[in-house]
Design a protein around this ligand. Sequence first.
Ligand SMILES: Nc1ncnc2c1ncn2[C@@H]1O[C@H](COP(=O)(O)OP(=O)(O)OP(=O)(O)O)[C@@H](O)[C@H]1O
Length: 263
Amino acid sequence: MLEVKNLHKVYDGHGRRVTAVGDLTFTVPEGQFACVVGPSGCGKTTLLRVLAGLLPATSGEVTVRGTPVTAPPPDLAVVFQEYGRSLFPWLRVRANVELPLKAQGMGRAQRRELASEALEAVGLSDVDNAYPWQLSGGMQQRVAIARAIAYQPKVLLMDEPFAAVDAQTRADLEDLVRSVWQRLGVTLLFVTHDIDEAVYLGQRVIVLSASPTTVAEDLAIDLPAERDQLATRSDPRFTELRGQVYARIQQVKRAPAAEGASA
Ligand SMILES: Nc1ncnc2c1ncn2[C@@H]1O[C@H](COP(=O)(O)OP(=O)(O)OP(=O)(O)O)[C@@H](O)[C@H]1O
């Protein structure tokens, strides 16, 4: 379970003070797939960094599986948008996937087994010996996902992981993430700019207001559990839900402070 309680984050430095997150409170139950959308600059990445223990909160509290976050939680993995920067170019694919396991002190045989399983799950068994820069952008992002899966996290945070890949690859990766989530039973918080993607993927969509950020809307996605790129996206309920999220984002963009205060 993830708990965000009255999270407030101010960046203060070099004579510039930015309130990235105003007052954010929400809970993601164990095993839920929750998506977060909101206007650009509303603090989505900041939220994920605080949850991942990479950045301290100014005030408020975040807890991951009952423990207040003060450093990167041991059972949490993050997949960032910039796969190019998150993989080590001098390490082969397999070594990249095994790295966090090695850092944990896991033995060689177990590392190999978990990495092989994860690479197979993302369809990259045959390139385990390649270097990341020899792969396409979509394949590199699959390596980053494999690394997160191999780590066997209880909580997975994803920050616009498919923003830099083409539409077809993006659809494939969306389905990959859904199947990984179903298989691992992991708690997943997925940040995206893309409203359709949020509704397609999530069991729930949390809409954030513009800065100072609050939760503007918290919407249950009551689509069938089995999602399909064609059938789900042409379901009238899908259109209705994406319309609701879209309208809400337009509202918060027009009146950020008032909307935030009334949420
Ligand atoms: N290291 C930093 N120092 C100062 N200000 C920052 C820093 N990182 C982010 N900000 C500011 O905090 C606010 C929130 O940024 P953040 O990246 O969390 O938003 P976001 O919702 O992820 O944006 P986007 O949707 O455009 O990716 C922005 O105004 C940004 O300029």
